[in-house]
Ligand binder design. Structure first.
Ligand code: NAD
Ligand code: MG
Length: 391
């Protein structure tokens, strides 16, 4: 019997990677639902190839505006799928009876409600959308407890930690060490960072990813998001989560145990492996698409300390995680808004971190004990960042 997968964000970097994996694993998994924001052309191609029963387009303007059950007329090959539009199609896809696993590859806070709904509905959530856990880690845990769902990380660092932890008790763990590539500005002097352009920030040395996470990797905000993600996923206190720069992105993270032994998980930098593992955990299955690991070709593997002073978004995010309440949601929302404005050319690279710092100063102490409170803090942080730059 095959397991049904709902792939939210199928047209993105993780989404298209996941479809390559699912194509090779058709004897285990069936694509039951696909959703995208607006790229109906690619979505229709994917629907024709994978024949999901449900297809969702979030942005009504990206379709002919006909409302639900819309099928693009130019793609008759997709007629077997039922097409839906609007924000609510994410939750519809995530909670369907023919769906066992929800692979949430949406970018940003927009993925929150689908994750919560899937967990309430008892699904496995293969979570790429780390912003969900950063904004609302406690709500996600509560939803999973109530509904019987579970989260399995897709993020490569967290997949590595999960694999290293297999079969271990929490009391066996001394600390986890997340690796960071350091991004395109790893060795740039501080004064040059103020002049970094959008093109510079989008040149990631080891990974090809969506634009938002690529900028997050340049500011190191991504690593702060991942520290918070690790805190919630593995129930680890912040003082047991550390970061090391590892430019080759081959060692995906490390776990040190109480006896001093350190385990790491290694592979060439590809998201196909963590995507597959999130679908099959705790099992491993053969995958003929994976390149054999070649230690010599990967050599040398090097490690460096993090340059916290040059990349202030990292420390701001880690402090927001420790502060808890709405602070992580404010950090996330301010970052999302600032990155969007940076990509539009409306603020400079170093202004991303100052905008986040300013939003945290004003709204970091807000309450974060409900979805509504978190969404209010998220909206306030975005408004604040826009107002800083008169947008
Ligand atoms: P991307 O921009 O390439 O793709 C995002 C997807 O989400 C697209 O399919 C888009 O249609 C959809 N989307 C965008 N806005 C939406 C909205 N408002 N509502 C519904 N759908 C929307 O991004 P990506 O690089 O694939 O990243 C996706 C998520 O995975 C992010 O949370 C990112 O941090 C995480 N992640 C990505 C990588 C990677 O290698 N790309 C690695 C680790 C984690
Ligand atoms: Mg990562």
């Amino acid at each position: 019997m095959t397991l049904g997968v709902a792939l939210l964000g199928s047209t993105g970097s993780i989404g298209t990677t996941a479809l390559r994996v699912l194509d090779r694993q058709r004897n285990r998994f069936r694509v039951a639902a696909l959703t995208a924001f607006a790229n109906t052309a690619l979505l229709a191609e994917q629907a024709a190839r994978f024949r999901p029963t449900f297809v969702g387009v979030v942005n009504r303007a990206g379709t002919n505006g006909a409302g639900t059950n819309h099928e693009p007329t130019t793609h008759e090959a997709t007629a077997h799928s039922s097409w839906h539009t609007g924000q609510e199609c994410l939750i519809e896809a995530a909670t369907r009876d023919d769906v066992d696993i929800v692979l949430n590859a949406v970018v940003g806070a927009a993925g929150l409600d689908a994750t919560l709904a899937a967990l309430e509905a008892g699904k496995r959530v293969a979570l790429a959308n780390k912003e969900t856990l950063v904004m609302a880690g406690d709500l996600a845990a509560a939803a999973a407890r109530r509904g019987g769902g579970e989260i399995v990380p897709v993020d490569s660092e967290h997949s590595a930690i999960l694999q290293c932890l297999a079969g271990r008790r929490p009391s066996d763990v001394r600390r986890v060490i997340l690796t960071a590539s350091g991004g395109p500005f790893r060795d740039w002097p501080a004064e040059r960072l103020a002049c970094a352009t959008v093109d510079d920030a989008l040149q990631h040395p080891t990974w090809t990813m969506g634009r938002k996470i690529t900028v997050d990797s340049a500011t190191l905000a991504n690593k702060a998001l991942e520290v918070i993600e690790a805190h919630y996923l593995f129930d680890l206190p912040y003082d047991r989560i550390e970061i090391i720069v590892h430019p080759q992105s081959v060692v995906h993270s490390l776990v040190e145990f109480v006896d001093g032994s350190v385990l790491a998980q290694l592979s060439a930098p590809t998201m196909e492996l963590p995507v597959l593992y999130a679908l099959t955990h705790p099992e491993r299955v053969p995958d003929d698409g994976v390149r054999p690991f070649d230690p010599v070709a990967c050599s040398p593997l090097t490690f460096e300390p993090v340059r916290y002073d040059e990349f202030p978004a990292l420390r701001l995010g880690m402090e927001a995680g420790r502060a808890a309440g709405a602070a992580p949601a404010v950090f996330n929302a301010a970052n999302e808004q600032a990155v969007a404005l940076f990509l539009e050319g409306r603020l400079t690279f170093t202004q991303i971190a100052s905008a986040i710092g300013s939003a945290l100063e004003v709204f970091g102490g807000s309450a974060g004990d409900s979805r509504e409170a978190l969404l209010a803090a998220d909206a306030a942080a975005r408004r604040h960042v826009r107002s800083l730059f008169s947008c």
